[in-house]
Ligand binder design. Structure first.
Ligand SMILES: Cc1ncc(COP(=O)(O)O)c(C=O)c1O
Length: 404
């Protein structure tokens, strides 16, 4: 059957192929260390689970919600955001709203559909989350990538962003804390970014903040709109329960945005998916966000511990130059290009996939190749697995990277 050019224009995730191989090797009895996970391997906070149980008793939990979500929950999420980011509530009294969707991937997709026309350019800051370029392309937009690497701490230079701007640039996506690097942009960077936004008064910024609660070294993430409130009317903040509440499968994300954007997203949702899961929305409405801090303490301790293990093992092996200290989210990015193992490869090409494939075949370790994130010759390592297997996996990676 002839498929649409829209679908043909979207890349398959090459990571899927590695995952399939990992499953096959596990079935053959090989021990596989899965360092590719993008989710916490634990259940959500018990208080949240109890709220879900409770809401099972009500008819409304099984029925359609409004397309953009239940108004009371939208209000609660807006108030929580204003409090967390220490913003003046008056700004949000008029012309602001929240649109809930089936996970923040769905939110981002609908935000882009609301904002961009075919041919519009969208700036992505590498390393970027895998799905951004494909979502932009799906709506007919053109992704423009601004690069960074391990040597500049995975933080793109504002000057490079300036150079990437063109008369067709409509939107820029910021993801801080960042998947895959595990870094968040500093307050100084955000200040410069705010100044840059003033030079481009038509630019709209999507701030993907799904990891903002998972941060385990100070200073905590801050945002350009906290520094300059006048930038808020052209900013869309994206959040979710997936990472913060360890609830990736429950599918709830949302955008905090000017009302016109929320109305656009609501229109798309009303003709496609309808409103998101009523049961989970009602449980979240009932959930006290104060429980989050306690829930996340052991999670952060665990990630910090695994990050320290990685750092120590790499340092001991003289590989200190090929990682950058992460401080948030639950990932670490390793650069292969200056490791002994890399001498076999041509430095001008990207071998991330081949190296990830070798790591799986030789050492039984799955990582996500950096090519998925716009960073050649690198890989993302997830810090979530238990300490002992994590240590074993890092020892194997170090052995592999140190080999001539
Ligand atoms: C940066 C970033 N944004 C958005 C998402 C989407 O998360 P979800 O759709 O589960 O809310 C992810 C998931 O990995 C992510 O890493």
């Amino acid at each position: 059957m002839l498929l649409s050019s829209r679908v043909k224009g979207i890349s398959d995730s090459i990571t899927m192929k590695l995952n399939e191989k990992a499953i096959q090797l596990t079935e053959e009895g090989k021990v596989i260390y899965n360092l590719s996970g993008g989710q916490l391997p634990i259940k959500p906070s018990q208080e949240f689970i109890e709220k879900i149980h409770h809401q099972l008793n009500f008819l409304k939990s099984y029925q359609y919600s409004p397309s953009a979500g239940f108004p009371a929950l939208r209000k609660k999420l807006m108030n929580h955001f204003i409090k967390e980011r220490k913003l003046p509530s008056e700004i949000f009294e008029n012309d602001w709203d929240v649109c809930l969707s089936n996970g923040s991937k769905h939110t981002l997709y609908n935000v882009l559909g609301t904002l961009i026309d075919p041919g519009d350019e969208v700036i992505l800051l590498a390393p970027y989350w895998v799905s951004y370029p494909e979502m932009v392309k799906f709506w007919g937009g053109i992704p423009t990538v601004v690069k960074s690497n391990v040597y500049d701490a995975f933080v793109p230079a504002i000057d490079d962003i300036k150079k990437a701007m063109s008369p067709r640039t409509k939107v820029l996506i910021i993801n801080s804390p960042n998947n895959p690097s595990g870094v968040h942009y500093s307050e100084a960077w955000m200040r410069d970014f705010a100044a840059f936004m003033h030079e481009h008064p038509d630019l709209v910024v999507i701030s993907d903040e799904v990891y903002s609660d998972i941060t385990y070294f100070d200073p905590k993430p801050s945002y350009f709109y906290q520094i300059d409130h006048s930038l808020l009317p052209r900013t869309i903040m994206v959040q979710a329960i997936s990472k913060t509440l360890a609830a990736t499968g429950l599918r709830l994300g949302w955008a905090i945005a000017p009302s016109s954007v929320v109305a656009g997203m609501g229109k798309i949702q009303s003709q496609t998916t309808s409103g998101p899961n009523s049961l989970i929305q009602r449980a979240l409405l009932d959930f006290d966000f104060n429980y989050l801090e306690g829930f996340l303490i052991p999670v952060k301790n665990h990630i910090r511990q695994n990050a320290a293990t990685l750092r120590e093992k790499f340092r001991e092996a003289g590989l200190g130059h090929c990682w950058y200290q992460s401080s948030s989210a639950f990932y670490y990015m390793i650069d292969f290009s200056r490791t002994p193992m890399f001498k076999r490869f041509s430095p001008e090409d990207d071998h991330s996939y081949a190296i990830a494939d070798e790591l799986l075949n030789d050492q039984g370790i799955t990582v996500v190749p950096g090519s998925d994130f716009g960073i050649p010759n690198s890989a993302r390592i997830s810090l979530v697995i238990e300490e002992v297997p994590f240590q074993e996996a890092i020892v194997k990676i170090v052995k592999y990277l140190s080999r001539n």
